[in-house]
Ligand binder design. Structure first.
Ligand SMILES: CC(C)(COP(=O)(O)OP(=O)(O)OC[C@H]1O[C@@H](n2cnc3c(N)ncnc32)[C@H](O)[C@@H]1OP(=O)(O)O)[C@@H](O)C(=O)NCCC(=O)NCCS
Length: 259
């Protein structure tokens, strides 16, 4: 695959995953605009309030800003392959700013380490438990109510496969895989806090790589910049960045009496 093909495959996998998670949250609606796709949810969190799949021009950029203004929190994901090439400039002109950046990474290398035993969640209660475990690892400082809602969305997205790493009778790691036409996406990869730093994360990543190579597709993921080097050591290459935009001055229209 060329770099632009892998970027497109990665961006497509990410969009599908994010929209599936969002649409599993009750009362979330999909907005199909020729210049973007968005979802709007009652739960005031970007998990179900965001836009992606951008083909913006100055007019649709303004439309998107108005939509964002109607929500308490709203993310715009600018991914490799979005249009036009100067999408960043358009978003900034429409009052968005980069809130954070993720690194898009991919690997089509064969895993080198022996595989480990992982268990796929096959029932709703186990899906809920693994999703809760993941949410606890990623959002330890958020309220338990918040973590429950995110976990529920993860568990309810049946097309997203959840796996757990078991040691004895304890769950010590987890990962979510989502296969699209051209890639296998690795999401929510995590190790229980007290078990970190013992090489388990590397084994888990290696196992996920093996799953992708068994399907003869590249493995793709998005990570915080501080994890780029860690993934590079495991054979991943940086393929691009994902810029996450929010409104620079989020004054809600309903507060201003406009809606
Ligand atoms: C990232 C994570 C899976 C790593 O698991 P782990 O079992 O601790 O990783 P390993 O023991 O295999 O690797 C340890 C090595 O990675 C480095 N490392 C681990 N987590 C790191 C982090 N957050 N930032 C930078 N380096 C990190 C360690 O310094 C160590 O380096 P060394 O081998 O040179 O000493 C784990 O920290 C985790 O669950 N984090 C929270 C969830 C998360 O951010 N997941 C990544 C999603 S993209």
């Amino acid at each position: 695959m060329t770099l632009s093909e892998i970027q497109r495959a990665s961006s497509d996998n990410l969009r599908q995953t994010y929209f599936r998670l969002a649409m599993s949250i009750p009362d979330t609606v999909l907005v199909e605009d020729p210049a973007y796709r968005a979802c709007l949810g009652e739960f005031e969190h970007p998990i179900c309030n965001f836009a992606a799949d951008l083909k913006l021009d100055p007019w649709s950029g303004r439309r998107l800003a108005n939509l964002a203004m109607s929500r308490r929190s709203f993310n715009v994901y600018a991914l490799p392959g979005d249009e036009p090439a100067h999408v960043a400039e358009l978003l900034i002109r429409c009052d968005f700013r980069i809130s954070y950046r993720l690194i898009q990474m991919a690997s089509d290398g064969a895993p080198v380490e022996p595989s480990i035993d992982m268990r796929k969640a096959e029932s709703a209660p186990i899906r809920s438990e693994i999703a809760q475990f993941m949410t606890d690892q990623f959002f330890p400082r958020q309220t338990s109510g918040f973590r429950r809602r995110i976990a529920q969305a993860t568990a309810d997205s049946q097309v997203l496969d959840l796996y757990e790493m078991i040691w004895g009778d304890q769950r010590i790691g987890g990962v979510m895989l989502y296969e699209t036409e051209l890639a296998v996406g690795i999401y929510n990869l995590c190790i229980d806090f007290p078990r970190r730093g013992q090489g388990l994360g590397r084994l888990l990543t290696n196992w996920a790589l093996r799953q992708a190579s068994l399907r003869t597709k590249p493995a793709i993921l998005q990570c915080d910049p501080h994890l780029q080097e860690w993934y590079e050591k495991q054979g991943f290459c940086r393929t691009g960045t994902i810029d996450v935009y929010t409104l620079s001055n989020p004054v809600r229209r309903d507060i201003m009496g406009i809606t």
